[in-house]
Design a protein around this ligand. Structure first.
Ligand SMILES: [Zn+2]
Length: 309
C-alpha cells in the first residue's frame, strides 16, 4: 500500500515541478519603513541544530525541482541578551523517533532524518545551564519544533493565545505538543504597536532587538521574530511559513502536495507576500526558515565552553 501511494505522490510532485508555476504576485509596499533598533552589546544569535531531514525542492515550494535535494534543519535559535535568554523552538529531543510518528503520514514516508545532540546538551557543552533559559518561544507547536522540550523541564514555553488554543484543541498536527503537556505553556499577547506592516507586535526587551509579530497561516498562532544584533545584522525567524528561503524570495507557496500542513492557505499566502515585501524594503534582512540548512549554515554557532581551567 505504501509504495504505490508514495510513488504516486512523488510522481505528482515531479509532474508539478515540470509545470511553470509562476511566483505569487508581490508588489512593493512603499509605506514600509524600517524600524530603529538598539541591540545591546553582548547580545547574540546562535543556531543550535539538533537534526536534519532530507527532502526535495519539489516537496518544499511550488516550482521546486524534484532532482534538487534539500536538507531541512531541525533545531532552535538561541538569543542571548543581557535581559534574558530565549530559545526559538526546541528541535529534536531524545525521543524523536517516537515523536515523529505523530507527524502526517506523507511527511513521514517521504522524509529521512538523522539526529544530533539535543539543545539541552549543546547548551551545557557551551557552558549555558538549560535551567537558566528565560523561555522557549515557539514559532509554532508542530512536532519537530517541540520534540526537544522534553529535555527542558520547567522552562516556560511562550506561545500566542491562538497557538495555545490550537494545541489544546484536537488537531492532529499538535498531538505531540499535547502529549508533552501544556503545564509550562505561557500565552503571550502583542501589546506594542504596528511593526513592518503587522498591526501588532511585542518588543520583548524594549529595545527593538527582538520583536515578535503574529503571522497566522501555517498554524493559527504562528509568529515571526525580528531580531537585530549589535554587529548590524537583522534576521526574520519565520518558522514554517516557508520551509526553504525561496518560499519568501520568489515568493512561492508550499507545493500542493504538502500544502495541507498549512492550517490556513490564504493566510499563509498573504504572510509570504508580506515577508517578501519586507525583504524588498530591507535587502540585508536574513530570512531564517526553521528548516533551510543553507541559511542555518551561515548563522553563528555556540562556542564550546572553556573546560581547560
Ligand atoms: Zn510546522
Amino acid at each position: 500500500m505504501r509504495i504505490p501511494l508514495l510513488s504516486l505522490a512523488l510522481t505528482a510532485a515531479l509532474g508539478l515541478s515540470n509545470c511553470s508555476s509562476a511566483p505569487l504576485a508581490a508588489p512593493a509596499d512603499p509605506a514600509l519603513t524600517v524600524p530603529a533598533t538598539q541591540p545591546p552589546a553582548g547580545m547574540g544569535l546562535y543556531a543550535v541544530q539538533t537534526g536534519r531531514m532530507y527532502s526535495r525542492a519539489a516537496l518544499a515550494f511550488e516550482g521546486g525541482r524534484f532532482g534538487d535535494k534539500r536538507v531541512f534543519t531541525a533545531g532552535g535559535i538561541l538569543i542571548r541578551h543581557p535581559k534574558g535568554t530565549l530559545l526559538f523552538d526546541a528541535g529534536f529531543g531524545p525521543s524523536v523517533e517516537a515523536h515523529r510518528m505523530t507527524s502526517p503520514w506523507l511527511l513521514r514516508v517521504t522524509t529521512k532524518y538523522d539526529r544530533q545532540a539535543t539543545v539541552a546538551d549543546q547548551l551545557k557543552a557551551a557552558g549555558i545551564a538549560p535551567s537558566g533559559l528565560t523561555a522557549v518561544v515557539l514559532t509554532h507547536a508542530h512536532w519537530d519544533h517541540v520534540s526537544g522540550l522534553e529535555t527542558l523541564p520547567g522552562t516556560p514555553v511562550w506561545v500566542t493565545r491562538e497557538e495555545l488554543a490550537f494545541v489544546r484543541g484536537e488537531d492532529a498536527s499538535t498531538a505531540l505538543a499535547r502529549q508533552l503537556g501544556t503545564g509550562s505553556y505561557v500565552a503571550f499577547d502583542f501589546p506594542d504597536g504596528p511593526y513592518l506592516g503587522f498591526a501588532r507586535s511585542r518588543d520583548v526587551f524594549g529595545d527593538g532587538s527582538v520583536v515578535l509579530v503574529p503571522a497566522p497561516g501555517h498554524t493559527p498562532g504562528s509568529i515571526v521574530a525580528f531580531v537585530a544584533t549589535p554587529d548590524g545584522k537583522r534576521y526574520a525567524l519565520v518558522g514554517d511559513m516557508a520551509w526553504q528561503r525561496e518560499g519568501i524570495e520568489l515568493p512561492a507557496e508550499k507545493p500542493w502536495i504538502a500544502r495541507r500542513v498549512d492550517a490556513d492557505r490564504t493566510a499563509t499566502r498573504s504572510m509570504l507576500i508580506r515577508l517578501h515585501q519586507i525583504k524588498a524594503a530591507m535587502p540585508g534582512l536574513i530570512i531564517v526558515p526553521a528548516h533551510d540548512a543553507r541559511v542555518w549554515a551561515t548563522l553563528p554557532k555556540l562556542a564550546p565552553a572553556d573546560t581547560g581551567g
